[in-house]
Design a protein around this ligand. Structure first.
Ligand SMILES: Cc1cc2nc3c(=O)[nH]c(=O)nc-3n(C[C@H](O)[C@H](O)[C@H](O)COP(=O)(O)OP(=O)(O)OC[C@H]3O[C@@H](n4cnc5c(N)ncnc54)[C@H](O)[C@@H]3O)c2cc1C
Length: 393
């Protein structure tokens, strides 16, 4: 491991890897990325559902999506590694009048930024998603350019590209401290030695708060467990088998029942689904709570009756990285020179990694990011100028 570097990135998830790649593209290659686990994407990134969508309520998130999804569509050409990427659309189902009103406004906002999002009747929603029960649904929004991508592929693609340009990637190594002299970052301490550096990027996802604590900066990110379940059809096999025709979608359309937060999409021959748990408290425990499954199934089978007799073949849990307004923190700390954060994406970060990494790399290298970062500034919480993202499930 190097003993001096122009920058040290803490965290080898999609954010850390994206920042590393974008810094290297800008000629900043004397960089070390440090990951505690034996492999990259072992944190939230490796646990996520892969959904990518333009359908956000905050204009800054819509803009992050427009740039990120465009980059994912050309990932192999730009970064040099193929990724599994499907633009089969996202369908939000709305049953409450208040949500209908908000989403109608959101559609106008999304369209005003150039995104083609359409309003769909319950019948039209059903036609898009075979097997869907639309009882009680008042309307839906659909964006055909939304989709599903492979989080591991994106992370490893960025990391390999950065490495090829000279960035050092160190695994199995925990950052244990950060030294600050006269309000400037001067050194990163790890279990395997120290690195003298004037610049640190906190890309530690759900653990971002603990990195901030190392130098007395409050980074308000709280971990929150979320489950994902995989269902096979009764008797095994694939949902594509002829006996299951019409029971579930045949493509990777991602459907979200916004009121209950139940969502699903096809994953190989199976079906991936999940739902938020309103009783979940902040914490780092990612043990699968199998007693939560019946509560999910009860809601899920009302929207997708095929799940009533499906076999849940496996499950995992990962951590959302929640901020108080469900928007990320991107940019410098006001009080310590050389300390930057890119974290707190509140359960929708994978899809924003390409643009967020580009923007932070521009800021670090003194370029104009051409993006108003004030909604994502760390000091917005103390200034009390937050505007929350509403489309978090
Ligand atoms: C169940 C689930 C479903 C999700 N679905 C979606 C989705 O459909 N679409 C979407 O866009 N997002 C989704 N997300 C959110 C998405 O996964 C996260 O927003 C994103 O992965 C955050 O990436 P990250 O790089 O910031 O964090 P992480 O991937 O957690 O990376 C942080 C890394 O920092 C390392 N680290 C921490 N502390 C230290 C230290 N002291 N020293 C060294 N290394 C350290 C960790 O080991 C970890 O690998 C989902 C998340 C979950 C849990």
């Amino acid at each position: 491991m190097k003993q001096t570097a122009d920058a040290v990135i803490i965290g080898g998830g999609c954010m850390g890897a994206s920042v590393a790649w974008h810094l290297a593209q800008r000629g900043m290659t004397n960089v070390v990325l440090i990951e505690r686990e034996p492999q990259l994407a072992a944190g939230s990134t490796g646990k996520n559902a892969g959904g990518v969508r333009h359908q956000f309520s905050h204009p800054a998130n819509i803009d992050l999506s427009i740039e990120s999804i465009a980059m994912m569509a050309r990932f192999e050409e730009v970064v040099g590694t193929p990724i599994d990427f499907h633009q089969d659309g996202y369908l939000f189902l709305l049953s409450k009048a208040a949500h209908v009103a908000t989403f109608l406004k959101n559609v106008q906002l999304q369209k005003s930024r150039g995104v083609d999002v359409q309003w769909r009747s319950p019948k039209e929603a059903q036609a898009l998603a075979p097997g869907l029960d639309v009882t009680g649904v008042k309307g839906a929004t659909y964006c055909a350019a939304d989709g599903v991508a492979d989080p591991n592929g994106v992370t490893v693609g960025f990391a390999k590209g950065a490495q090829a340009k000279g960035v050092e990637i160190v695994r199995n190594t925990e950052v244990t401290g950060i030294r600050v002299d006269h309000n400037r970052v001067t050194e990163v301490r790890t279990a395997r030695g120290n690195i003298a550096t004037p610049l640190v990027v906190n890309a530690a996802g759900p653990w971002a708060k603990s990195i901030g604590r190392m130098l007395g900066v409050d980074v308000p990110v709280e971990p929150e467990r979320r489950h994902i379940f995989i269902a096979s059809p009764p008797g095994g096999g694939s949902w594509d088998d002829t006996g299951n025709a019409g029971r579930v979608p045949t493509n990777k359309l991602l459907v979200i029942d916004f009121d209950s937060t139940f969502y699903f999409h096809r994953e190989g021959g199976g079906l991936l689904f999940g739902k938020g748990d309103p009783d979940e408290q902040p914490g780092f425990d990612i043990t699968v709570r199998w007693d939560f499954l019946p509560k999910v199934i009860e809601v899920a089978m009302q929207r997708l009756p095929a799940l009533a007799d499906a076999a849940v073949s496996h499950a995992w849990a990962g951590l959302y990285e929640m901020t108080p307004d469900h928007n990320p923190i991107i940019g410098p700390a006001a009080d310590v020179a050389g300390f930057y954060t890119i974290a707190g994406f509140s359960g929708h970060g994978f899809q924003h990694a390409p643009a967020a990494g580009r923007i932070l790399a521009d800021v670090i290298t003194g370029r104009d990011p051409k993006f108003d970062l004030s909604p994502f500034a760390l000091d917005r919480f103390s200034r009390r100028t937050t505007v929350a993202e509403a489309n978090v499930v």
